[in-house]
Design a protein around this ligand. Sequence first.
Ligand code: C2E
Ligand code: CA
Ligand code: CA
Ligand code: CA
Length: 286
Amino acid sequence: AKKLGKNNYQFFTPEMNGSAQTYIKLEKHLRRALEQDEFMLHYQPQVDVKTGTIIGMEALIRWISPELGMVSPADFIPLAEDTGLIVPIGAWVLKTACLQARSWQKIGRPTRVAVNLSSRQFHPVQTQQGSQHPLLNAVLNALDEADLSPELLELEITESILMQHLDSTMELLNTLKNIGVRLSIDDFGTGYSSLSYLKRFPIDILKIDKSFVNDITTDPSDKAIVAAITAMAKQLNLEVVAEGVETLAQLDFLCELQCDFVQGYYFSKPLSPDEVMTVQRQGILV
Ligand code: C2E
Ligand code: CA
Ligand code: CA
Ligand code: CA
């Protein structure tokens, strides 16, 4: 134990100490953030370039901490995953996004809402009744509480989620699919997985990662990759959404490659619910 203690001590070099303390502080505040209502969702429009209509909105979490200020999801989602806090936070995201989509539907603007999921949310828990999926309960509760039709909910999962816990994930995704929820693969093309999962899992949508869109106008291999993804998606009857579209030149290339749905700063940054209302009323994107 003494040896372990010594090793532990050595871990805290002055440099490490700073980041470990930051991490502990972040965790302390993150634990209270849900009950203190410090999260909100912003929504980024996904646009059908042929018609100019909004086909969906991706929900992106924001943490406005009184102590820490605005914390990026890139900084706290990994911590939420490590600590397991992503499970209650993820349930809150599902509920809030479904309520929001329902309110858009009520004002005559039915819009699909896409929610990001972490691999941790796919871990089954063992109960006396056997293995259960907290995620399935969270989805069903969110749809039920919002009275939202399942077709208006999309779940964004990553390739790495499909690669872990294969059997239970497959069962869960099939159940969600049967309920009528839509499933998309986020950051498509960046994982190290085999494409055979496109055949095995009930996927509806591929989201082309922005790393392929960034240099699409200058890098022939990025252009070739996007062309291959859209062609394959057509054959497999999947929708394709290109992410991170920032310029008209990128948009032109994507149109030429028959990629019909795009998302990115060129059309809109992620918007607060109030800003969404303004956009919907003014029809800025249409
Ligand atoms: P992501 O799912 O790949 O989301 C896209 C990110 O790219 C978002 O960053 C979005 O604001 C940003 N983005 C959108 N358009 C553009 C563009 O044209 N150019 C550039 N450079 N960036 C663009 P954000 O909101 O900071 O989210 C970062 C990541 O955090 C997300 O990446 C996602 O992995 C995670 N995340 C966000 N919200 C949630 C959530 O509710 N649950 C989970 N599990 N993860 C979330
Ligand atoms: Ca996403
Ligand atoms: Ca993405
Ligand atoms: Ca991501």
